[in-house]
Design a protein around this ligand. Structure first.
Ligand SMILES: Cc1cc2nc3c(=O)[nH]c(=O)nc-3n(C[C@H](O)[C@H](O)[C@H](O)COP(=O)(O)OP(=O)(O)OC[C@H]3O[C@@H](n4cnc5c(N)ncnc54)[C@H](O)[C@@H]3O)c2cc1C
Length: 511
């Protein structure tokens, strides 16, 4: 992983520049927003250059959200846009620009269909909609927004390689190992950027006559920015799963007068396995490889705080249990379950990537068991034949854990969770040996608080006027999320990035 904290490089000036290149549209970051922006601008016949600081494009996400996509039409599925947008705005307590959410809902199908028609179909793949997202409780209200790339309707297919071939064929100039350093302006308009060729260790000036589109994916890998903008995220999370995203796009725009969201927003998964005895302050592991990622962690099994007491309904969106644990001592929590877990996992009817079976990643309950057992070998999941022994292995107060488990089992007999109201079909006993347990913490997938943009994806200044020729999309752009990620709208993050990337590319090309 190359290191470039662009915030340290503002002192670089035109005098340090070794060479100059010219383009019309400069896209910064070859991820979900950037690749879409590049393709859209090239489609409109602009000269496009993409710079990417790593040696490859980022993972193009499977599971694309959308409203009224062709895949949904084929499945006979309709989503009420007004219900969906109101749900999203309410989820954010309206700390969002609601017009932007409508803009996404109005344009998401166009972006998803473009991917299907131009990237998937020419390579023998298509999208399959995930139809059964409406489930169970008010906290668990889901929308069937997800469209999954597949060839055989049984597994996901990745499509990044095809996407790269497509933009190559469109004449896009894709430069790897090249990082944004700072934006250049003249008369209140962005004219290009100084970038660093990391292979040659030299600065290059890129003149971009139609505009610069920032798509560097937020700042979850930058501990200093997290400390400044979202300090609680450092306490809630023990892993960061997007190590490429160091905040360069956002900081470079702030440096030319851009406005940023004032409150944090982030996406957290509840699957981070913590070595027993570790304190959350001691752990912030950067990984792109699902290291120590327990798929079972998202299932609504019994979760206890570090005092061995149950503290929340476990049947909630992924991030909520991590949020709830941040109000408990130590910010971490434990999960305790029994040997019937693969059967329970099937009955839980989870959504998205927590689901057992396609379109989840755990193709079968057996896979979920294998995933779990590998962490027993690593010592991150412990097993015992008694609850006492399990609690001791987890360094939890034995009596409290015994009481919590006994109480859980009684609630199963009563078929009623009188403490937190978990749905009866997600209330499961802990009575078949061996018993299992682990300590869990959050994994931040990305940050969402970003640069304020209008519907043209133009970055705004502190007067809420556009900064000329500067655009942002994906997690560099804000106004769309607040607080936690609404994961009951599956594929929203990827679709927000791809849809707004496409709009930004079209807009910049039209200058
Ligand atoms: C493990 C994981 C699982 C996820 N699952 C889902 C899911 O199921 N559904 C969903 O909707 N979303 C999911 N997301 C979130 C989704 O992937 C992101 O919201 C989306 O990728 C954001 O797109 P982006 O273009 O803003 O950023 P990215 O796709 O992260 O792209 C940013 C690119 O910019 C590059 N870059 C950074 N700094 C510079 C610089 N200075 N110069 C040049 N290039 C730079 C980076 O290297 C990177 O390639 C997941 C994320 C993770 C990490």
């Amino acid at each position: 992983m190359s290191k470039l904290a662009n915030v340290d490089h503002y002192q670089v000036t035109e005098d340090d520049v070794k060479r100059t290149v010219n383009t019309e549209v400069l896209v910064v970051g070859a991820g979900n927003a950037g690749m879409m922006a590049a393709a859209a601008a090239a489609e409109k016949h602009a000269d496009v250059m993409v710079i990417e600081k790593e040696a490859s494009i980022n993972l193009m996400r499977v599971g694309l959200g959308g409203v009224g996509t062709n895949a949904q039409k084929r499945a006979g599925l309709t989503i009420n846009k007004y219900d969906l947008v109101e749900y999203l705005a309410a989820f954010a307590q309206h700390n969002v620009d609601e017009g932007l959410i409508y803009h996404w809902a109005n344009h998401s199908a166009e972006a998803v269909n473009w991917v299907e028609d131009n990237i998937l179909k020419p390579n023998g793949a298509h999208l399959r909609s995930e139809p059964d997202a409406m489930v169970t409780s008010s906290a668990y209200q889901g929308f069937p927004t997800e469209n999954d790339p597949t060839i055989d309707d049984k597994t996901f297919t990745s499509y990044g390689k095809w996407f790269q071939e497509k933009v190559d064929s469109m004449g896009v100039n894709l430069q790897f190992n090249t990082a944004l350093v700072k934006l250049l302006t003249s008369n209140n308009q962005v004219t290009g950027a100084i970038v660093k060729d990391l292979a040659k260790d030299e600065y290059v000036q890129v003149n971009a006559t139609k505009g610069v589109i920032l798509c560097t994916g937020g700042y979850s890998a930058n501990k200093d920015l997290l400390k400044q903008w979202n300090p609680l995220a450092l306490k809630k999370n023990v892993f960061n799963d997007s190590p490429r995203n160091n905040g360069a796009g956002i900081t470079s725009a702030l440096n030319v007068g851009a406005l940023k969201d004032e409150e944090p927003a982030e996406c957290i998964f509840d699957r981070g396995l913590v070595p027993i005895g570790t304190k959350t302050d001691d752990m912030y592991v950067q990984t792109a490889t699902y290291q120590d990622w327990l798929w079972l962690g998202s299932h609504p099994l019994l979760k206890l705080n570090m005092r061995g007491e149950r503290f929340a309904n476990e049947s909630v969106p992924y991030q909520f249990i991590v949020n709830a644990a941040s109000k408990q001592p130590g910010y971490l929590y434990s999960m305790i379950w029994d040997d019937n877990f693969d059967e329970y996992a099937k009955q839980f009817h989870m959504l998205g990537c927590a689901r057992v079976g396609f379109p989840g990643y755990m193709a079968s309950a057996q896979k979920l068991r294998e995933d779990t057992e590998q962490y027993v070998k690593k010592g991150l999941v412990v097993k015992a034949d008694t609850i006492e022994e399990l609690a001791e292995k987890l360094h939890l107060p034995v009596e409290n854990v015994k009481q919590s488990v006994a109480h859980n089992n009684q609630q199963v007999v009563n078929n009623f969770d009188k403490d937190f109201g978990k749905e009866p079909f997600r209330l499961t006993p802990i009575d078949k040996k061996p018993y299992y347990g682990c300590i869990l913490g959050g994994r931040i997938l990305c940050t969402f608080d970003g640069l304020r943009v209008n519907k043209q994806m133009e970055v705004l200044n502190d007067q809420y006027d556009p900064i000329g020729h500067l655009y942002a999309a994906g997690n560099d752009s804000g106004g769309f999320f607040f607080g936690s990620y609404p994961d009951r709208v599956p594929g929203l993050a990827a679709s927000h990035a791809q849809t707004f990337g496409r709009l930004a590319g079209q807009q910049a090309a039209a200058n």
